[in-house]
Design a binder for this molecule. Sequence first.
Ligand code: ZN
Ligand code: FE
Length: 256
Amino acid sequence: MKLIPLPAFADNYIWMLHDGQNALVVDPGDAQPVAEALLREGVQLQGILVTHHHADHTGGVNVLRELSGASVYGPANEVMPEPITRLSEGDRVQLLGLDFDVMEVPGHTAGHIAYFCPDTGNTPLLFCGDTLFSGGCGRLFEGTAAQMQASLHRLASLPDTTRVCCTHEYTLSNLKFAMEVEPDNPQLAAYQSHCTALRADGLPTLPSSIEMERQINPFLRVDVPTIVASAQRFDAVGLAQNGAFATLRQWKNQYR
Ligand code: ZN
Ligand code: FE
């Protein structure tokens, strides 16, 4: 199995997975990079997985469906480019001979889903859309902080080795914020240097891993005393009323 992040727009990745014959893609906001990759790799598009309704994740679906006849899968309760197969918590999609388990992870949007493949013949694989980013998490457009926190907690409970395929290259700006929040985390400082070097070479920082995210992502570490103290400094009243997670999310929204 080959896993390829296809850059799209300013900072999106459309993930492609293929076995040398058949391919799937996740969140194709644009058809062109996918069409080019299918030719380059010499593979047929068998399936399209969509995590949520935003245009930068769905914009290429209709063109790709027409071009390839691929089956399209997406969340049960969001506006989608029809026709698609609707999925809810616990559903399972079979593509490329692999099983993808559907998890409902509301927060960024109300109906956002993630796809988890426990066994790829290699390490497990997670397509989490705009829920979990490396070093950060999605903005709360439709959900509450409590929903997002619960969704991230479920994702963080997946196996350590799980490869985390997020849909945006936000890592460096997330890590700048993470360093502000938890400056005494040595793994975080080392990961920031590593990712800075990757970007300087024009390489993606993704996929990340669940193990790494548990070590460096402040949104998965809201119980750490340093992080609570930082949240307190930013907004003591907000911290007391809404907790550390909501306070961090609020802080990140205005952080430059
Ligand atoms: Zn989005
Ligand atoms: Fe997005």
